[in-house]
Design a protein around this ligand. Structure first.
Ligand SMILES: [Zn+2]
Ligand SMILES: [Zn+2]
Length: 255
């Protein structure tokens, strides 16, 4: 499978985009500001969007994306997420005040946006790729996703802090080739990381000892201005045999 990083920062600024990852040409994992760098031609190829949780940095391009594609969409854009996440999107974004409810436009019967409930432990197969939702530990109900093909497995953590479930589920797989995992804060912000339920390098390194695989790691969600410090702390905290990369918008990987 092909993975393209559209956005992987913890914030915005020149060259920085928030969380969004393109799998092949048709599947998005999260819809942060990185979606805005896709061409109209590439946006038209999107069919499925898997959202990890309701936070703004992961959903902010969704309303604008569906509006941009409105007259092009012959089939609905399908948004997969936990029921709590879909409820938040419906109540607080697609509520006719912040944005029109595109799940009813142009009509309820032929809407351009479809919300599909997914629960942790469930798997959806899309043209040879199976996508599993995995429960994680964040301040709102949140999920990670694992994408498996016949010969590769990729996992995307979304936002999370210390937990057992993510690692337990991943350990059950035959293989794990590549993982995007967050380290939103540097170690001096460990208390903030715990309150906001994110990782810092120290917390991440502790949790990675629970993983029996050793995938290539793409470190994401770095706080703007702290990138260098966080990556240096990751290199110190993790054993030298981990293959770690600082992700940037525009990076592509064949997994
Ligand atoms: Zn979050
Ligand atoms: Zn986030």
């Amino acid at each position: 499978m092909q993975l393209k990083v559209l956005g992987c920062s913890g914030g915005i600024g020149q060259g920085l985009r928030t969380s969004s990852y393109l799998i092949d040409e048709d599947i998005l994992l999260d819809a942060g500001t990185g979606v805005g760098d896709l061409s109209l031609v590439d946006m038209r190829k999107l069919k499925h969007i898997f959202i990890t949780h309701s936070h703004m940095d992961h959903v902010t391009s969704l309303p604008l994306l569906v509006d941009t594609l409105f007259s092009d969409l012959e089939r609905p854009l399908i948004v997969h997420a936990r029921p709590e996440t879909l409820k938040s999107l419906q109540q607080h974004v697609f509520n006719w005040e912040i944005w029109p409810d595109f799940t009813e436009l142009p009509t309820k019967e032929s809407a351009v946006l479809s919300f599909q409930v997914m629960r942790p432990g469930e798997t959806i197969d899309i043209d040879g790729r199976s996508i599993e939702m995995i429960d994680v530990n964040h301040t709102v109900p949140a999920a990670a996703y694992a994408v498996k093909t016949a010969n590769s497995t990729f996992a995307y953590s979304g936002d999370t802090t210390t937990n057992d479930n993510l690692w337990h589920v991943l350990n059950g797989y035959d293989r794990l080739d590549f993982m995007v995992i967050e380290s939103a804060f540097a170690n001096h912000d460990i208390q903030l990381a715990q309150i906001a339920r994110h990782y810092c390098p120290e917390l991440l390194a502790k949790d990675l000892t629970k993983l029996t695989h050793q995938p290539r790691l793409g470190i994401s969600h770095l706080k703007p201005g702290e990138e260098k410090r966080i990556m240096e702390e990751c290199k110190i905290a993790l054993d030298a045999d981990w293959d770690i990369h600082q992700l940037s918008s525009g990076d592509s990987f064949t997994i």
